[in-house]
Design a protein around this ligand. Structure first.
Ligand code: PBG
Ligand code: ZN
Length: 323
């Protein structure tokens, strides 16, 4: 059937009709609010991410409460330790910043889902995501042990979900074994499965002070041209016990989100990263785009591509606008 019998505009005539036939409905229940937590008092602005700040634990409790009240079910925690060392020992310190923050958040908001980023890069003096050898390369298997310890420590602090973001081979299996051995058989793993070596992480690295002191992350994060490999990474993570797989960043990789969703048939998360956030904020500040409609269109697109869960620094604003 074609024109004139078919007129696509008939169902676009009014808002009510458009709402009735909308295929993708974004809701705050899909969103995760990422947070940077630091020791000590006060908040520190992050220049390249206007509206996002490093928060003290007590401020994080307030901020997470606001997010929860807006209908956002979960937060994702990143910790900024007081000191960094070669082995990233702050990551798996039971009294470390994330561990303290998790306890405080769960005590104040028992219903809030607290998810933790499991990686070493914010805790290592060299800024790499694993253990660095004398030749500057990252030792995969030695890193697994420290990452597993980190996840165990987060679980004991009360984390509801752990999200390894290091891109070492075998880390999902290592985390699963560690969690099971510590009695956390039901604690889900959200694997950053297809994490690309991206220029869009720049603002995050300012926030977490985690820019590698030498080299780059291309020895472990993925090459931006590879979608087939992303599917393989996701399938491997599922076979090692990942409950949710993640694609990151989101916007340059919408095709990867769709392919990973279709290939794995497990819930997919997408991370709308700092650089994606910074672009929207910068253009909106100049009056070049409308922030509200740009954000809602962007997040709808990520969800439509196949992401069941969307991690975004716009979460609180979006939740407000979606009400
Ligand atoms: C740490 C980590 C990174 C992000 C999440 N976890 C940065 C990186 O790999 O350098 C990026 C988040 C963002 O850019 O908003 N491995
Ligand atoms: Zn890392």
């Amino acid at each position: 059937m074609s024109f004139p019998a078919t007129r696509m505009r008939r169902l676009r005539k009014t808002g009510v009709l458009r709402d009735m036939v909308r295929e993708t409905d974004l809701s705050p229940a899909r969103l995760v609010h990422p947070m940077f937590v630091q020791l000590g008092e006060g908040r520190t602005a992050i220049e390249s991410m206007p509206g996002v700040a490093r928060l003290s634990i007590s401020q994080a409790v307030v901020d997470a409460g606001e997010a929860h009240a807006l209908g956002i079910p979960a937060v994702l925690l990143f910790g900024l330790p007081a000191e960094k060392d070669e082995q990233g020992s702050g990551a798996y310190d039971d009294e470390g910043v994330v561990q303290l923050a998790v306890r405080a958040l769960k005590e104040a908001h028992p219903e809030l889902v607290v998810m933790t980023d499991v990686c070493l890069c914010a805790y290592t003096s060299h800024g790499h995501c694993g253990v660095v050898l004398d030749d500057g390369s990252v030792d995969n298997d030695a890193s697994l042990e420290l990452l597993a310890r980190t996840a165990g420590s987060h679980a004991r602090a009360g984390a509801d979900l752990v999200a390894p973001s290091d891109m070492m081979d075998g880390r999902v299996g290592a985390l699963r074994a560690q969690l099971d051995s510590e009695g956390f058989k039901d604690l889900p793993i959200v694997a950053y499965s297809a994490k690309f070596a991206s220029a869009y992480y720049g603002p995050f690295r300012e926030a977490a002070d985690s820019t590698p002191a030498f080299g780059d992350r291309r020895g472990y994060q993925m090459d931006p041209g590879n979608a087939e490999e992303a599917v393989r990474e996701a399938l491997l993570d599922v076979s090692e016990g990942a409950d949710v797989v993640m694609v990151k960043p989101a916007l340059p990789y919408l095709d990867v989100i769709r392919r990973v969703k279709e290939a794995t048939r497990v819930p997919v998360a997408a991370y709308n990263v700092g650089g994606e956030y910074a672009m929207v904020k910068a253009a909106a500040e100049r009056g070049w785009i409308d922030e509200r409609s740009t954000v809602l269109e962007t997040l709808t697109g990520i969800h439509r591509a196949g992401a069941d869960i969307v991690i975004t620094y716009h979460a609180k604003d979006a939740a407000r606008w979606l009400r």
